[in-house]
Design a protein around this ligand. Sequence first.
Ligand code: ZN
Length: 210
Amino acid sequence: LNHFYTDSGGQTVENPRHLRKSEKALKRLQRRLAKTQKGSKNRQKARHRLARKHLKVSRQRKDFAVKTALCVVRSNDLVGHEDLRVRNLVKNHNLAKSISDAAWSTFRQWVEYFGKVFGVATVAVAPQYTSQNCSNCGEKVKKSLSTRTHRCPHCGFVADRDHNAAINILELGLSTVGHTGTHASGDIDLCLGGETPQGKSSRGKRKPHQ
Ligand SMILES: [Zn+2]
């Protein structure tokens, strides 16, 4: 799979080794459960092991997403990112892909949350054409999902597919902020689609305000 994170400066963050290991172990436990007999003691044990591992891996994943999000928000003045809600409309049945989508969605929620906390603008950008257009000359350069490198026949620009897309996303993000004309006011208003990560928002709502 691709990098967990790629930005417009070409910086990337990999999924950490311990997470890749845990996901492998998870798949192994899943296979083991499938091999046990229905109603048996072994099945019960296998189910219990799988559940515990699931919990552990989801905690590790969240921890990684939160740390990475904090790092991104603290080292940038504006964060533009792909709008995953649009991307999610395309259903996929690929397990690895849905795991990475879930991780990305958690990451995005925390970027938006930290954006509010630290007064850093976060802008969700529609992902249409961001990977197809050349970020250097603007020409459309068609490529399939498996093409990992952007090579522009018009201007000769070559970059990693996600790096090229990230430059386009930043460009779109900047133009969005420009259009709304609110960038001078700084912080909270700019957080578009501003939900906070789950636990926090519901806790806030339950508080009785008088
Ligand atoms: Zn080009």
